[in-house]
Ligand binder design. Structure first.
Ligand code: F6R
Length: 611
C-alpha cells in the first residue's frame, strides 16, 4: 500500500526520496508527493498519478534541500487527486506530514478542528494529523511533544513522517499498526515504510514498534516511547542483496519471482530437513510435544493467496495430523466470535507479516489465550515479532503485487508443519517421514521441469486470450489449488473467473457453462482423478473447452481435455505446489498478452495494511 521515505543528511533530499519511492512502487499507489526543506520554508510538490508525473512536475522546479519526506498514496479517504496526495500541511505550510494507515476517528477530529476555524483542503484522514501536530506545536512549542500528543488523539493505524520549517535539522517518525523502519547512515539517516526504499544506502536498520517515535537528525537517531523515555533497539542487519529487489533481466518482477521458485523452495526446505536427523528442525517453534498433544483445534487464518496456502495446510494437518482445522479469511475471523482457549493453535500465514486483518486476528487469538504460530516471509514484521512461534518462509523479497514464490514457500511451510505435528503426536512414523523427506527434496527440480514448459503455457494463454469467464475446478487439494489459480487470473489479467469444487458445479454454476467457456481442470490428485474427470465430461458435454493440469502418465485425460499440461509425478501431499506453477504462468501470459502491467495491477497493493 502507501509508501513512505524520509531523508536527512548532506545530499540533495529530493532525488533520494523519489528513488526510494520508486523502490516502493511495487506496493501499489495512485499518487505521489514530496516535501523538502528549501530556502527556510517547506516546499511541497505532489500529484495524482505515477512517479513519472511527479518528476515531470518537479522539472524546472527542483526542490533543493537536504531534509525531506516523500509518499506514494493508495487512496482510502478521498479519490486519487493532486490535493488528496501526501504530504499534507498545516494552514501555514510550516509542518508537513506523510501517513500510512487509517485514522478511524478522523471525522470527529476534523469537526473539532473545523469548529476551531481550521480550513481543510483535502478529503483525507491524514490532513487531520497535520493540523493536530500544528495545534499542539503552537500550544507547547515542542515538535516531539506535539507528535506524541497527536498520537494520543488518533485512533486507528499510522506510520507518520513529520518535518517542520522551524526544525530543519529534524525528522520525526512514529508508528502504530503500520510498518516503519529507520535506516542508519553516516552523516545521514533515513526513514521508510519498507527496506527496499533505503537498501542502496544502508543495511543497518531499526524496526520501530507500536507507539514508538524516532527522533532523527543527520548524526543521531533516538527512539523514544510516548513518555519520552529512550528505547534501546537492536540494529537489524539486512542480509539480502539489492539485486534481489531488482528485475535482473526479466520483463517483470512477477516472472522473475516465478522462476525463482526452485531456489525459494530449496531455501525454505533444506535447512529444516537435515539429512543426519530424523526430524524437522523448526528452531523458532517452541511448542513442546506435550503442548502440542493438548492442542485440540487449529485455526489457519490469512488473506488472499496466503489463505489459499493455508487451506492446503488444513487438508494436510487434518489428514496426517488428525486434529480438526478450520481455515478462514482473517477479515471474517476477526469479527466473529471464534471459540478459542489455551488448547487452540492459531496458524497465521502472511508474506508481509503486516496485513491488517491478519495482525488483528493474531491479537484477538492471543487475548483469548490461544497459541499463535506465524508463517511469515518478512523478517522482523509485526506478526514475526508478536507470534509465540515462528516459521520463516525464506522466499526472499517478493516485489510483484501478485504473490507467487511466497505462496510456494507457504505451501512448503504447511508441509513442514503438518509433518511436524503428525510426528510429534505419533501419527506419522519415522519411516514414513523419511520417505516423504526424500520426495520433498525432489520438489525444487520438479518445479524447474514445469518452468521449462513456459512457452507452451504462453501458447495456451494466447489461444484462450478472448475468454471472458473462466472456471477453475478440482477436488480436495486440487480444489484449494484451483482457488489460487483463479485469484491469479482475476488480479493480473482482469478476467472474471471462479474456482469451484468440481462436485459442486451441478448444484448451480454449471448453468453458466456455454459453448467455448474455458474450464481449467486440476486433476493432480490420483485418488480423485476419475471423479474430477467425470465432472470435466459434464462441462464438456455443455460446450466447455478444457485445459487440464494433470500428473505425468495420466494420458487418458487427453480423451476429455482439449489441452493438457503435465506436471511431474509426486506424493499426493506435494501435488499442490507443482500443479500451481502452470496456473501462475498461464495467468502471467494472459495478463501480458492483454497488455496489462502485471507488476502493478489496478486497484491492488502489495501489503494490505488497512482493513
Ligand atoms: C495475491 C496476493 C494477496 C496476498 C494477501 C495477503 O496475489 O498477493 O492476496 O496474499 O493480501 O498478504 P500477506 O501474505 O502479506 O498477508
Amino acid at each position: 500500500m502507501c509508501g513512505i521515505v524520509g531523508y536527512i543528511g548532506n545530499k540533495e533530499a529530493s532525488p533520494i526520496l523519489i528513488d526510494g519511492l520508486k523502490k516502493l512502487e511495487y506496493r501499489g499507489y495512485d499518487s505521489a508527493g514530496i516535501a523538502v526543506y528549501h530556502n527556510e520554508s517547506l516546499q511541497i510538490t505532489k500529484t495524482k498519478g505515477r512517479l513519472v508525473a511527479l518528476e515531470e512536475k518537479l522539472q524546472g522546479n527542483e526542490l533543493t534541500g537536504s531534509v525531506g519526506i516523500g509518499h506514494t498514496r493508495w487512496a482510502t479517504h478521498g479519490a486519487p487527486s493532486d490535493v488528496n496526495s501526501h504530504p499534507h500541511g498545516n494552514s501555514t505550510q510550516t509542518i508537513a506530514v506523510v501517513h500510512n494507515g487509517i485514522i478511524e476517528n478522523y471525522l470527529t477530529l476534523k469537526e473539532e478542528l473545523q469548529a476551531d476555524g481550521v480550513v481543510f483542503l483535502s478529503e483525507t484522514d491524514t490532513e487531520v494529523a497535520a493540523h493536530l501536530v500544528d495545534l499542539y506545536y503552537n500550544q507547547c512549542g515542542d515538535l516531539i511533544d506535539a507528535v506524541i500528543k497527536t498520537m494520543g488523539r488518533i485512533e486507528g493505524s499510522y506510520a507518520l513522517g513529520v518535518v517542520c520549517r522551524d526544525h530543519p535539522d529534524l525528522l520525526v517518525a512514529a508508528r502504530k499498526d503500520s510498518p516503519l523502519i529507520v535506516g542508519l547512515g553516516k552523516g545521514e539517516n533515513f526513514v521508510a515504510s519498507d527496506i527496499p526504499a533505503i537498501l542502496q544506502y544502508t543495511r543497518d536498520i531499526y524496526l520501530l514498534d507500536d507507539h514508538e517515535i524516532a527522533v532523527v537528525t543527520r548524526d543521531d537517531i533516538k527512539i523514544i516511547n510516548r513518555n519520552k523515555e529512550e528505547v534501546k533497539k537492536e540494529i537489524y542487519k539486512v542480509t539480502w542483496d539489492v539485486a534481489a529487489a531488482e528485475k535482473g533481466g526479466y520483463e517483470h518482477f512477477m516472472l522473475k519471482e516465478i522462476f525463482e521458485q526452485p531456489k525459494a523452495v530449496r531455501d525454505t526446505l533444506l535447512p529444516r530437513l537435515p539429512q543426519n536427523k530424523e526430524e524437522i528442525v523448526l528452531d523458532d517453534i517452541k511448542l513442546s510435544q506435550k503442548e502440542l498433544e493438548k492442542i485440540n483445534k487449529i485455526y489457519i487464518v490469512a488473506c488472499g493467496t496466503a489463505y489459499y496456502a493455508g487451506l492446503i495446510g488444513k487438508y494436510l494437518i487434518e489428514r496426517v495430523g488428525r486434529i480438526p482445522v478450520v481455515a478462514e479469511v482473517a477479515s471474517e475471523f476477526r469479527y466473529r466470535d471464534p471459540i478459542m482457549d489455551e488448547n487452540t493453535l492459531l496458524i497465521l500465514v502472511s508474506q508481509s507479516g503486516e496485513t491488517a486483518d491478519t495482525v488483528a486476528a493474531m491479537r484477538r487469538a492471543k487475548k483469548a489465550g490461544a497459541r499463535v504460530l506465524g508463517v511469515v516471509n518478512v523478517v522482523g514484521s509485526t506478526i514475526a515479532r508478536e507470534a509465540d512461534d515462528l516459521l520463516y518462509t525464506w522466499a526472499g523479497p517478493e516485489i510483484a503485487v501478485a504473490s507467487t514464490k511466497a505462496y510456494s514457500t507457504q505451501v512448503v511451510a504447511m508441509y513442514l508443519i503438518a509433518c511436524h505435528i503428525a510426528m510429534e503426536t505419533g501419527k506419522m512414523s519415522t519411516a514414513e517421514f523419511i520417505e516423504l523427506r526424500k520426495e520433498l527434496h525432489t520438489i525444487p527440480d520438479k518445479i524447474d521441469e514445469i518452468l521449462k514448459q513456459a512457452d507452451k503455457l504462453k501458447e495456451y494463454a494466447d489461444h484462450y486470450m478472448s475468454s471472458k469467464n473462466v472456471f477453475y475446478i478440482g477436488r480436495g487439494l486440487d480444489f484449494a489449488v484451483s482457488m489460487e489459480g483463479s485469484l491469479k487470473l482475476k488480479e493480473i489479467a482482469y478476467v472474471h473467473s471462479e474456482p469451484y469444487a468440481a462436485g459442486e458445479l451441478k448444484h448451480g454454476p454449471i448453468a453458466l457453462i456455454e459453448d467455448g467457456t474455458l474450464v481449467i481442470g486440476i486433476v493432480s490428485q490420483e485418488e480423485l482423478f476419475d471423479k474430477t474427470v467425470s465432472n470435466l465430461r459434464e462441462v464438456k458435454a455443455r460446450g466447455a473447452k478444457i485445459l487440464a493440469i494433470a500428473q505425468e502418465g495420466h494420458t487418458e485425460i487427453e480423451k476429455t481435455a482439449d489441452d493438457v499440461i503435465y506436471v511431474p509425478r509426486t506424493h499426493w501431499m506435494f501435488t499442490p505446489i507443482l500443479a500451481n506453477i502452470p496456473q501462475q504462468l498461464f495467468a502471467y501470459y494472459m495478463a501480458t498478452g492483454l497488455g496489462h502491467d502485471v507488476d502493478k495491477p489496478r486497484n491492488l497493493a502489495k501489503s494490505v495494511t488497512v482493513e
